[in-house]
Write a protein that binds this ligand. Structure first.
Ligand code: WTA
Length: 688
C-alpha cells in the first residue's frame, strides 16, 4: 500500500519506527529547541539544542540523523530496517536497506493528493514568452502514460533506457516514467555527438531503448537530434526501439525501429498547440515497488583516464539527499518557484531541476534556451515573468553576462529573488560580487555550491544550517549535514590544522553518494577509495581558512572544466591521436576569462608529414566536436617537435601548463626532462 501524502504517517506511527527511532538516539535529557521549526525532519532528534548542534550530530551520530530525515521526508511502502551498511575501504555503500519505495510516487503522487493544481514544471521554451506550465496532476498523467507505453514495449524493471533529449517536460516525464516502472535511465546530454552517444549506449550493454525528439531548439538554432541518434544507431545493434517526440513540427524520417511518442491533438497555423503522449495509454500506471538500493539512474561523467564512467545512483539515498539539500541550501519554502538553468543532461539537472524540487513539491523551471538569446536579458526577463525565487546557474554564464553590462539586469524586476546559487566551477570574486550586487540587488545571499556527479547533491555550501550565517565571496564555506570533509597532505595524512590546503576527501559516507561505476566496481574503488584508504577522494584540492571555511582550489587530476562542463584531457587526446598525421598529443586546461578553463592541445606530427598547420587544426577541431561535443574542441592547437617527458616517459603536464600560462620563467627544474632542449621556449600558437 502506498502512502500518498503526509509521508510521516504510517512510518512514524508504526511500532517498528518508534522502536528504531528510540534506539538510534543516544543523546537524551537535554531540552528540545527551535531545531524542529528549522528542520521538521529532525524533530525526533531529542537533545539537540540549536542548529550547530544538529549539524554536529549529523556527523557524530549520522545514523540517527539520516534515519529521522529519511522517515520524515520520504514516503515508504515498507520501512527500512538498516540505516546504513557502508565500508569506504571497499567502496561498499548501502543505505536504508529493507526499505521499499517508488521515486515517482515521492515526486508526484503525494503532491497530487494534497495539491493537484500546483504547478510542477514551467517550461521556459527557447522562444521567449512562450512558456508552458504543467501541474502536478498533469505531470503525473504524462508520466503514467509514458510508463505504460514503455511497459507495453517490453521495458521491464531493471532495464535501462537512454534519454537523449533537451530540457523539456517530456524528458522529465521520461525520467520519472522509468522510475515508475523500475527501469533505470541514462540521460545523455543532447549536446553530445553521435559517437559519444553511441559509446554511452554500448557501455551499458543492457540498454535497449532510446527516447529522443525530432529536433532540438536552442538559442534560435535547430539541432538534428533524431539524425544524430540515427547515426549513433549504426554502431548500437542492441537498441531495438527509438521513441521519437516532436519538439518542432518538422517531420523526420522514421525507420522500422522508430515509434512516434505523441499524438498531435490540436494544431493551428503550423504551430502545435497540444500534443499528448499516445492517448491510448491509460493514465493509471501502477508504480513498481523498489528497494532502496535498486538503481535509479546511470550518468556518464569524465575521469582523468580512460572512457567516461557511468556513475550509478540508487533510489532512496539519492532522492533523500537531493531533496534535503534543495530545501536547506537554497532556503526553499513551499510555494517558491525554483529556477535552476542547468541542462537535465548533467547531474545538476538531475538533482536540482528534477528530483530535489519535485520531491519537495516545488515549481521547477525547465530552461531550454541560452543566457543571451535573444539578448543578454534573457535570465532576468525570465525571473520577472515566472516570478522565480531561487536562481541557480553557472559562473561561466555570470561572467559572460557581466561583460554585457548592468542595464540588461536592471531592465527587469527581480524582487521575487531570495537566493542566488552558483555551481560547477569556481566563481571568481568579480563575478560573485556582480551576481550579489547587481543581480541580487545586494540583498540575496549567493550560495557557491560545491559538489560532483559522484556526490549526488551539494556537499559544501555557505548556508546549509544557518540562514543568517556569514558568507565569504568565492568560498563554498561549510559542509552540509552529514558531510565530514578532511584535507590530506601529500603523504596521505589528515591535515588537522586550519589555514591549510590539501586533497579534499570525505571521511564518512552519506546517502547521496554514487554506489559504483556501471560494470566496473574495481575502477570505482581504484578512483575514489584507493588513493586515501578509508576515505572518499573527490579529485579536488581545497583550502581551509583560519575560521574553518572551505574554498575549492581546483582539480588535482587531469580533468578540466570548460564552461562548467567536465572533460578529461585524455578523452580529447584520444580523439586527436586518431588523426593519421598525429604522432602524439597532450591537452591541458588554461585560464579562460569566460569559460573558466579553455582547451589547449599540443600536437606532435608524424615524421615526414607535410601539412598546413591551420588546415590540420581545423580538421582536429572538427574531429573533437564530432566525436565528443563542441565544448571540448581545443581553443588553441600548438604544433611541437616533441613533448616534454620524464625519463620514465610520462608527459610533464606541469611544464605544458606553465608554457600555456606563458610563465616561461616558472618552468622549474627541468633536469628530469628527457630532452631539455626540445624547444619549449619557442611558443607559437595557432588560434582557431
Ligand atoms: C568542479 C557538477 C569550484 C569540481 C555539480 C568538481 C566546483 C567538478 C564547484 C564536478 C564549485 C563543482 N567551486 N569547483 N562550487 N562545483 N566544481 O561532476 O572540480 O559535472 O570536482 O558536477 O566541478 O563536476 P560535475
Amino acid at each position: 500500500m502506498w502512502l500518498p501524502c503526509g509521508c510521516t504517517s504510517k512510518y512514524v506511527a508504526s511500532s517498528f519506527a518508534r522502536r528504531t527511532l528510540a534506539s538510534y538516539l543516544h543523546v537524551s535529557g537535554r531540552s528540545r529547541c527551535n531545531v524542529a521549526a528549522f528542520m521538521p525532519e529532525a524533530a525526533g532528534l531529542e537533545g539537540v539544542s540549536g542548529r550547530a548542534a544538529l549539524r554536529e550530530l549529523s556527523v557524530s551520530n549520522s545514523e540517527s540523523f539520516w534515519a529521522a530525515v529519511a522517515r520524515h521526508r520520504l514516503c515508504w511502502s515498507t520501512p527500512f530496517h538498516t540505516v546504513q551498511d557502508c565500508d569506504l575501504s571497499r567502496g561498499k555503500i548501502k543505505w536504508f536497506e529493507g526499505g521499499k519505495l517508488n521515486v515517482s510516487v515521492n515526486c508526484l503522487d503525494r503532491h497530487v493528493h494534497t495539491c493537484p493544481e500546483r504547478v510542477a514544471l514551467i517550461w521556459e521554451r527557447d522562444e521567449r514568452g512562450s512558456e508552458m506550465k504543467y501541474t502536478y496532476g498533469e505531470l503525473l498523467e504524462m508520466t503514467c502514460r509514458l510508463g505504460n507505453l514503455l511497459r507495453r514495449h517490453g521495458v521491464k524493471r531493471g532495464d535501462c533506457v537512454t534519454i537523449y533529449m533537451p530540457t523539456c517536460p517530456l524528458a522529465v516525464a521520461s525520467m520519472l516514467a522509468c522510475a515508475r516502472i523500475g527501469a533505470a535511465h541514462n540521460v545523455v546530454f543532447a549536446g553530445f555527438s553521435a559517437d559519444a552517444l553511441a559509446e554511452r549506449i554500448r557501455d551499458g550493454e543492457m540498454l535497449l531503448l532510446i527516447i529522443t525528439v525530432n529536433q532540438g531548439v536552442r538559442g534560435g538554432k535547430v539541432t538534428e537530434l533524431k539524425k544524430t541518434v540515427d547515426t549513433a544507431m549504426q554502431s548500437c545493434p542492441t537498441v531495438k526501439q527509438v521513441f521519437v517526440a516532436m519538439r518542432t513540427d518538422n517531420p523526420v524520417t522514421m525507420t522500422a525501429r522508430d515509434i512516434a511518442m505523441e499524438e498531435v491533438r490540436e494544431q493551428k497555423a503550423n504551430q502545435i498547440l497540444e500534443i499528448q503522449i499516445q492517448a491510448v495509454e491509460d493514465v493509471v500506471c501502477e508504480p513498481a515497488v523498489m528497494n532502496s538500493e535498486d538503481v535509479l539512474f546511470l550518468l556518464y561523467t569524465s575521469g582523468s583516464t580512460g572512457k567516461p564512467k557511468g556513475l550509478v545512483h540508487t533510489q532512496a539515498g539519492y532522492l533523500l539527499y537531493a531533496a534535503l539539500t534543495h530545501r536547506y541550501v537554497f532556503s526553499y519554502h513551499d510555494g517558491d518557484v525554483f529556477g535552476c538553468v542547468a541542462d537535465i543532461g548533467w547531474i545538476t539537472g538531475h538533482s536540482y531541476v528534477v528530483y530535489g524540487p519535485l520531491a519537495n513539491g516545488a515549481t521547477t523551471v525547465l530552461f531550454e534556451s541560452t543566457p543571451i538569446y535573444p539578448d543578454p536579458g534573457r535570465y532576468w526577463d525570465m525571473v520577472e515573468r515566472l516570478k522565480i525565487n531561487q536562481f541557480y546557474g553557472a559562473p561561466t554564464a555570470i561572467r559572460l553576462l557581466l561583460k554585457y553590462g548592468d542595464q540588461w539586469v536592471n531592465k527587469y524586476d527581480r524582487s521575487t529573488l531570495k537566493t542566488l546559487g552558483s555551481v560547477g566551477e569556481p566563481i571568481n570574486t568579480e563575478a560573485w560580487e556582480w551576481y550579489h550586487r547587481v543581480v541580487g540587488d545586494g540583498r540575496c545571499p549567493v550560495v557557491d555550491t560545491w559538489w560532483q556527479t559522484e556526490t549526488g547533491g551539494i556537499c559544501i555550501a555557505p548556508r546549509p544550517s544557518d540562514p543568517d550565517a556569514e558568507i565569504v565571496p568565492g568560498m563554498a564555506m561549510r559542509p552540509f549535514f552529514g558531510i565530514n570533509p578532511v584535507l590530506m597532505d601529500t603523504e596521505g595524512e589528515v591535515l588537522t590544522s586550519n589555514n591549510t590546503s590539501g586533497a579534499l576527501c570525505m571521511a564518512q559516507p552519506w546517502p547521496g553518494m554514487a554506489r559504483t561505476i556501471h560494470n566496473n566496481h574495481q575502477r570505482f574503488i581504484d578512483t575514489y577509495f584507493q588513493p586515501y584508504p578509508g576515505y572518499f577522494f573527490t579529485g579536488d584540492g581545497a583550502y581551509r581558512s583560519e575560521e574553518g571555511y572551505y574554498q575549492i582550489t581546483g582539480r588535482l587530476d587531469d580533468v578540466i572544466n570548460v564552461s562548467g562542463h567536465r572533460i578529461g584531457t585524455a578523452e580529447i587526446e584520444d580523439v586527436v591521436n586518431q588523426c593519421p598525421a598525429v604522432a602524439e598529443s597532450a591537452v591541458v586546461g588554461y585560464t579562460h576569462s569566460i569559460k573558466g578553463q579553455g582547451v589547449y592541445a599540443f600536437v606532435v606530427l608524424k615524421k615526414g608529414i607535410d601539412v598546413q598547420e591551420a588546415d590540420l587544426s581545423r580538421q582536429l577541431n572538427g574531429m573533437v566536436s564530432e566525436k565528443i561535443a563542441k565544448y571540448a574542441s581545443p581553443d588553441f592547437i600548438q604544433f611541437a617537435k616533441r613533448l616534454p617527458k620524464t625519463r620514465s616517459g610520462k608527459i610533464m603536464r606541469r611544464v605544458l601548463r606553465k608554457v600555456v600560462e606563458s610563465d616561461l620563467e616558472g618552468l622549474g627544474d627541468l633536469s628530469t626532462l628527457d630532452d631539455p632542449a626540445a624547444g619549449w621556449k619557442n611558443k607559437c600558437q595557432c588560434q582557431i
